[in-house]
Design a protein around this ligand. Sequence first.
Ligand code: ZN
Length: 243
Amino acid sequence: MRDIFIDDDFALGGFTSGDSGIWTRESADMPPTDDYTELSRSLGVPFEHMVRPYQAGGTTVAEVSFRHGGSGIIKDNELKKTDGLVTAQRGLMLTVIAADCVPIYLADNEAAVIGLLHCGRQAAAGELLGSGISLMEKLGASAERLSMTIGHHICGSCYEVGEEVTGEFTGSFTEAELGNIFRRKDGKLYLDLAAALTYKAESYGIASDRIFRTSVCTCHGRGFYSYRRGDRGRQDLAFFMMK
Ligand SMILES: [Zn+2]
């Protein structure tokens, strides 16, 4: 299953489950999985022009160039504990794995800078998005010009969380915002990651009419892998590239 939802003169971006849903290798000397091979072939992007970091649910964002091409795919990965990538180089495909977390696609067409972030719960409450925007600004982007696409992820009706999770968010959002980020239904508490990330983006200066979101939920939708639904060792891949 593959959805491409950014495809214009400037960039190509989408989300795929591949066939086998395994986007990771056990060790550096293993060949790329069939899913990478198929993605490379169908998009016409060689492995040497793709980058995948080792993700850790943290706040580290790295600037990458063709020097990093193939990292995590056909060569060992120096991008350790990295959950966001930005680049100013055309033709370099940024990728991150996800299976319910939120992929965030950022683009400044004028500055020709893009970013791709893997936002889990901690990132939605914390500073990954801010780190990504700051790094893009160092490369010439400006928050006012950025467009942001919130990709496929687990929706606010599926993502049940424990009461303790509210504490991770309270310091970063207003009471009114928290009322939209957390919803109660039948005595259960649900978290809307996209709502949290939208408020964050607006606080960093991204215009609300430049924030877009896809409508697919990885959990209650079909065709993509979902950790919450029970998929283990199988993930989806977000990809984003300047043409
Ligand atoms: Zn859902």
